[in-house]
Write a protein that binds this ligand. Structure first.
Ligand code: NAD
Length: 478
């Protein structure tokens, strides 16, 4: 078994702690490798490296910084297959999806590099004679990135690419579930001439390494993707230093299926949305509202589709449609939400239990009908291959059900009626709405949750500007 280290100041360096985290393959329950269970001093050393690198990094023209991003993108493209295999082994997604993740990550790096010539300030009209007011956009300094495990490789770059092109440096804490891909990322970075300290990676647990990063007085912004509970803890840790937070949190995406919808399209989209990455995606349809007239027909078709879904160890059988859940805790959460729905009167039409395969954390593809708005399965994020269905009578009811949630990340509606689609867009209170399709979002969009789904957002121009602060200069002529 291999033992990996942190990546600080351009080198793989041992942690001050002797403790190690064993990385587990969720498809088999077997260990893969270890990374350090780092401590607060390791975070401090990485922040120091990032802070001293930042001064020179920010002095380079953005177009020069962008060249490094493109070089890293090229390295990623030359390593799609080994990277995809690492992601699949430690996270459990199917290889094709892992390949898509790696390819998208390289494209995202190039996309953010393109912004180098497009970062703009503003010239503002003054109230005073002979004065010019200039608004500059400047880097924040050192960014702290804290990552989840579900798209672990892409999330490194979703934080690092906008941070770097805008003149910041970064310290990243990968999820303790999926650190191996981050090690490989650092190997690729070290094959380029990126100056030391611009990207640093510290492995470890949330309450130690994550907390030390969020509470560091030398971090200018914490960009976090993960659960609502952790987002709240990070805000609290950042509060004493008034550190800016950028939070991409959980979702409970509603999908509304109107009776005039293309039923086959809606079923196909819903199944894909629930089985992709074993249902562990923040913007997947987590609760499905179907108009009463077509509810039975929809549930029948979806049940047939879900029953036919093949799952298993994605490294052994490349034809499976989904792999295991991330770990035993993930499995227990999904199972307990399904049981609580049944206890509250819902009906499991198919699935609803663990599948014993190879010692991994597999859950059967599951469809649950007779769900109600007050059930836990409709209110809490499930993160598994489970579709809970609620019926409604008219669009008013569907919109009020959709909006009745602590979460506000993504939403979708299936209809052929443009008026209904437009009405949903105007009245659904979510950061994103998909019409007649499910996820994913575009890199030129703006992925930003309402309510407890987050603060700020990622991607596109608006995501880029999250990594900059303004500086207004008043230039008075004699
Ligand atoms: P998590 O919140 O458990 O962990 C995320 C990261 O936070 C990990 O690196 C963890 O070590 C760290 N952490 C834990 N406690 C911490 C603390 N006290 N201080 C600082 N850091 C701490 O989330 P997860 O289980 O890894 O990921 C799943 C969640 O992420 C889901 O809720 C999902 O919806 C969400 N997610 C959201 C988006 C989005 O774009 N909105 C994208 C992907 C995942």
């Amino acid at each position: 078994m291999k033992h990996y280290e942190n990546f600080v100041n351009g080198k793989f360096s041992p942690s001050g702690s002797k403790e190690r985290i064993e990385v587990i393959n969720p498809s088999t329950g077997q260990p893969i490798c270890t990374v350090p269970e780092s401590n607060a001093s390791d975070v401090d050393a990485a922040v120091s490296a990032a802070a001293s690198a930042q001064r020179d990094w920010a002095k380079q023209p953005a177009i020069e910084r962008a060249k490094f991003l493109r070089r890293i993108a090229d390295k990623i493209r030359q390593n799609v297959e080994p990277l995809a295999r690492i992601i699949t082994e430690e996270q459990g997604k199917i290889l094709d999806l892992a390949r898509v993740e790696v390819g998208f990550t390289a494209d995202y790096m190039d996309y953010m590099a393109e912004w180098a010539r497009r970062i703009e300030g503003e010239i503002l009209e003054s109230d005073r004679a002979g004065e010019t007011i200039l608004l500059f956009r400047q880097p924040i300094g050192v960014i702290g990135g804290i990552l989840p495990w579900n798209f672990p490789f892409f999330l490194i770059v979703r934080k690092a690419a906008p941070a770097l092109v805008t003149g910041n440096t970064i310290v990243i804490k990968p999820s303790e579930e999926t650190p191996h891909n981050a090690v490989k990322f650092c190997e690729l970075v070290s094959e380029t001439d990126l100056p030391p300290g611009v990207i640093n990676i510290v492995h470890g647990r949330g309450p130690t390494v994550g907390k030390a990063l969020a509470s560091s007085a030398r971090i200018g912004m914490i960009s976090f993707t993960g659960s609502v509970e952790t987002g709240s803890a990070i805000m609290a840790a950042a509060a004493p230093n008034i550190t800016k937070v950028n939070l991409e949190l959980g979702g409970k995406a509603p999908a509304i299926v109107m009776s005039d919808a293309d039923m086959d399209l809606a079923v196909k989209a819903m199944k894909a949305s629930r089985v992709i990455n074993s249902g562990q995606v923040c913007n997947c349809a987590e609760r499905v509202y179907v108009q009463r007239k077509v509810a039975d027909q929809f549930a029948d078709k979806l049940t047939t589709a879900m029953k036919a879904t093949r799952f298993g160890n994605p490294l052994v059988d490349e034809s499976v449609e989904y792999g295991p859940l991330i770990n035993e805790a993930g499995f227990r959460k999904v199972d307990s939400l399904v049981h609580s729905a049944v206890k509250a009167g819902a009906t499991v039409v198919t699935g609803g239990k663990r599948a014993s395969r190879d010692g991994g954390y597999y859950y059967e593809p599951t469809v649950i009908t007779d769900c109600r708005q007050d059930m836990e399965i409709i209110r809490r994020e499930v993160f598994g291959p489970v579709v809970p269905i609620v019926t409604f009578d008219d669009i008013d009811e569907a919109i009020s059900y959709a909006n009745d949630s602590d979460y506000g990340l993504t939403s979708s509606i299936y209809t052929r009626d443009l008026n209904v689609a437009l009405r949903a867009c105007q009245e659904i209170r979510f950061g994103e709405t998909y019409i007649n399709r499910e996820n994913f979002e575009a890199m030129q969009g703006f992925h930003a949750g309402w309510r407890k789904s987050g603060i700020g957002g990622a991607d596109g121009k608006h995501g880029l500007y999250e990594f900059m602060q303004t500086h207004v200069v008043y230039l008075q002529r004699y």
